[in-house]
Design a protein around this ligand. Structure first.
Ligand code: GLU
Length: 561
């Protein structure tokens, strides 16, 4: 009579190693504490990912323990080719050092506990599952989506605990003989865990931040191996963290509800469970609902670390911000110890806040705005060019070609009593600088023209001006334009012309004195034509920096429209 071991051999005939062999190959570590960062390579790193990596890294490195990077790529459909490289770059940027990882040519594994990429560890997962099958703790399953949906409907209608377990699992109670026969006719199956959990039982387990956690036990026969032969997160977590001898699992709080299942799996394998620490999410106040919610990669650009680099927040600045989330006493301590860094301070995992920290972009922006407003224009120029060299090479070249012009453009209104502090991030620097350069201006004005599309409608309904009046005004204005004037003289000169064309200076003039047009509509139009943007610094200052030739050239294209 065939037994469960025969079934295991039939499913994995080529495997002869056992968990015991693997334990010898990956022995307990000499320094027993080890933690890891285990991202999935599905895109840019989430700011929460940096936070989690930082916590695990800081926790182990302050005692010179081991920090591992593991790539969790079992969801092959969501995998993105460049993600690992970008992830490694982010680690480097944040000075997070990795002790163990695939290195060398072709990711050859030179470290003792690798490979560190899950898709290369298939055989290890199979060895583990093979033993569970032989111990009657896992079984093959052929249930179709339709069958699963039917069961879910049935459970919902009868208000019975959902999921695949007990008699709701079609293959759980089949005999070895039946399963062997089924495999012979159809080898397209997945492997499920045979849970011995009880739908009515609660368990208590330890979490470093949350102390004793009380939760319903797992009773679901969850999937261990998917139809592509790769493991689910749950099995991979057990196998990898055990074989890599990870002692502290520091991960997202969403995983907390899986702990009962993970403890069952460790028990089923007869292995000790590691210590768990579930980190709170980073939250934000939703601008529409005004309620706290998780910072989401899909909805919030600031969830992506690239956002901060593109907008040029400094790395140190992001780190300090994350340190304050990790350690509520850090900000005050840093004020008292300005020349020390976070690394000089003891980090106690247990003291971290277990409710989600609020990510306050407004605060971050205001700190960045203060910084960009405070520094000298030479420093701003230097940082602007450095950043553009990385993110906007064309603009960097333009700036370098005419450094003095660029400097004057940046310097407008800075450090004056009326300084509007117009740069919050370097994105603002880019947009308020680009139009000074003809090649960038051309691109921008082309897209303005495309947007306007219908000129008659634009003049009648949006700008509410007569195109001929504007052309005449501009013609006359260009005739007298003198950039040597003071701002007051310039204004007086301009005023004479606009009065002549019946432009009102304010609403009262417009309503009560019979003026036909409004000067602010005209100012907006000129701004748009000169800068291809309606958001610009003080117009006269802009014109002074640009010089008469450029102004004439740009405004004349309008007159000839
Ligand atoms: N790959 C998992 C994730 O990105 C890691 C969870 C863990 O740290 O165990 O959510």
């Amino acid at each position: 009579m065939a037994d469960w071991k025969d079934l295991a051999d039939l499913i994995f005939p080529e495997l002869d190693e056992t968990i015991l062999d693997l334990e010898k190959k990956y022995p307990a570590r000499q320094n027993s504490v080890c933690s890891r960062f285990a991202p999935s390579p599905t895109g840019f790193l989430h700011i929460w990912g940096v936070f989690a990596a930082l916590v695990a890294w800081r926790f182990v490195k302050q005692n010179n323990w081991t920090f591992i990077l593991r790539i969790e790529d079992t969801d092959q459909k969501r995998k993105i080719d460049w993600a690992v490289e970008s992830l490694l770059n982010s680690m480097k940027t944040f000075w997070i050092t990795i002790d163990e990882w695939n290195i060398g040519n072709d990711w050859e594994n030179v470290w003792d506990y690798g490979p560190y990429t899950q898709s290369e560890r298939k055989k290890l997962y199979h060895i583990f599952v093979k033993e569970l099958i032989a111990k009657w703790l896992a079984y093959p399953c052929w249930m179709t989506n339709e069958e699963i949906d039917n069961i879910r409907d049935q459970q919902q209608k009868s208000k019975i605990m959902p999921w695949i377990y007990g008699n709701y699992s079609i293959y759980r109670n089949k005999t070895v003989g039946e399963l062997i026969n089924k495999i012979k006719e159809n080898n397209n199956f997945i492997i499920r865990f045979r849970s011995h959990g009880d739908t009515q039982k609660k368990i208590v387990f330890d979490d470093i931040l949350r102390w004793k956690v009380n939760m319903w036990d797992n009773y679901n026969d969850i999937v261990l191996i998917k139809s592509d032969g790769l493991p689910t997160y749950h099995l991979a977590h057990i196998v990898d963290d055990y074989l890599m001898r990870v002692s502290h699992i520091i991960r997202a709080e969403e995983r907390l509800t899986s702990v009962p299942l993970h403890l069952q799996l460790f028990e089923a394998f007869g292995l000790p469970a590691p210590k768990y620490c579930h980190l709170a999410q980073i939250l934000k106040i939703d601008s529409e609902t005004n309620k706290k919610r998780k910072l989401s990669k899909r909805q919030d650009p600031e969830a992506d670390v690239e956002y901060f680099f593109q907008n040029a927040y400094s790395t140190q600045w992001i780190l300090d911000y994350l340190y304050t989330i990790m350690d509520s006493g850090f900000e005050e301590w840093q004020k008292a110890n300005p020349d020390k860094s976070f690394l000089d301070r003891d980090f106690v995992l247990e003291n971290m806040n277990k409710s989600g920290a609020l990510f306050d972009l407004t605060k971050m922006e205001s700190v960045n705005n203060d910084y960009l407003s405070r520094i000298s224009t030479d420093q701003l120029l230097k940082e602007t060019i450095e950043r553009a060299e990385k993110y906007n090479i064309e603009l960097a070249d333009l700036m370098k070609k005419d450094i003095n012009y660029t400097r004057s453009a940046l310097d407008i209104e800075r450090h004056t009593p009326k300084d509007p502090k117009r740069f919050t991030t370097f994105k603002d620097v880019d947009t308020q600088l680009s139009f000074f350069f003809d090649s960038e201006y051309e691109k921008m004005i082309d897209s303005v023209k495309i947007k306007i599309k219908n000129w008659d409608e634009f003049f009648q309904n949006i700008i509410k001006l007569d195109v001929l009046v504007v052309s005449n005004f501009i013609d006359e204005y260009l005739w007298v334009l003198d950039l040597e004037l003071t701002v007051e003289e310039w204004f007086e000169q301009l005023k004479k012309i606009w009065k002549k064309y019946w432009f009102a200076w304010n609403n009262a003039e417009f309503k009560e004195w019979g003026y036909i047009w409004k000067i602010w509509d005209l100012a907006m139009l000129i701004r748009l034509w000169l800068c291809a943007s309606t958001k610009t610094p003080d117009l006269f200052s802009v014109m002074k920096v640009m010089g008469k030739d450029k102004i004439e050239k740009r405004l004349k294209t309008f007159v000839n429209l």
